[in-house]
Design a protein around this ligand. Structure first.
Ligand code: NAP
Length: 255
């Protein structure tokens, strides 16, 4: 039987690479994003049956609408996201709430919608694209880091609940990935500043994440360089080096 996947943020970057990967195996796809034209462009690239959902997932209304419009899939990839920088106290309450909902609260709502159905079916996979930001302090991106930390804790915990019911939740923690996310946040300088060896391709993230999900793993850190440095991420030396390599401006840069 043809398998189905729902990918949030499926019009660009990691989400689009995920769609293209599953397309090669003949999955039917539901892609969600805000921009109709980018979604239509993505659907045109794919051979599989593809439904598009034009929704803003940074508020509960968008997620509620999605759960009405789309069936619970065999694979849910909760990936949609932006990044937003700003030193503590400079972001508006509404920008903070939207970012937290898009990256964390909305993912929790989607998983709470899909997981009971998957559990009753006795099978299903959920993939959460979190970030290495869940493992290391990120000055001037504290809201992003806290939302990614929250969603990672949620994913790991729910994985433990569902694994005995044939359902897995794999949380992926990528480092720097070559996508549009940094330009959109006014952080194009990172592409010049962060050394080449720290960048992953979206395809590599998808390959390693999908392998981990198929193996029923709880978490995955794509890229050898990030796996090797993980034990040191909390150390003062590593944090100082990380901050130098990835220095982010302290002023607000909106997406
Ligand atoms: N790139 C990295 O270095 C990196 C590292 C670690 C983790 N991540 C995570 O990877 C995920 C994907 O990011 P990416 O790098 O692939 O970025 P990207 O190329 O900018 O893609 C982001 C996707 O999310 C969608 N999206 C953004 N805001 C949305 C909203 N309010 N409602 C619905 N859809 C929305 C975008 O659709 P529209 O264009 O229509 O808004 C787009 O499809 C994010 O969760 C990000 O935090 C990225």
């Amino acid at each position: 039987m043809q398998k189905s996947a729902l990918i949030t943020g499926g019009s660009s970057g990691i989400g689009l690479a995920y769609a293209r990967h599953l397309d090669r195996f003949g999955w039917s796809l539901h892609l969600v994003a805000q921009s109709r034209s980018r979604l239509a462009g993505a659907a045109e690239m794919l051979k599989s049956e593809t439904d598009i959902h034009v929704l803003d997932l940074s508020s509960p209304e968008g997620v509620r609408q999605l759960t009405k419009d789309a069936p619970v899939p065999d694979l849910l990839v909760a990936n949609a996201g932006i990044t937003l920088t700003g030193s503590v106290g400079t972001l508006t309450q509404s920008a903070t709430a939207q970012l937290q909902y898009l990256l964390c609260g909305g993912v929790i709502d989607l998983v709470q919608w899909a997981a009971p159905v998957m559990k009753s079916r006795g099978h299903g996979r959920i993939v959460i694209i979190s970030s290495i930001a869940a493992e290391t302090p990120m000055p001037n991106s504290a809201i992003y880091a806290s939302a990614k930390t929250g969603v990672t804790a949620f994913g790991r915990s729910v994985h433990g609940e569902l694994i005995g019911h044939g359902v897995t939740v794999t949380t992926s923690l990528p480092g720097y990935v070559r996508t549009n996310i940094h330009e959109r946040a006014g952080l194009s300088h990172l592409k010049r500043q962060v050394p080449n060896w720290m960048w992953l391709s979206p395809e590599q993230v998808v390959k390693e994440t999908e392998q981990a999900s198929l193996a029923g793993r709880e978490t995955v850190i794509p890229g050898l360089v990030y796996r090797m440095t993980r034990p040191f991420l909390g150390s003062k030396l590593a944090n100082a080096a990380w901050r130098t390599l990835t220095k982010r401006g302290a002023s607000r840069r909106n997406h």
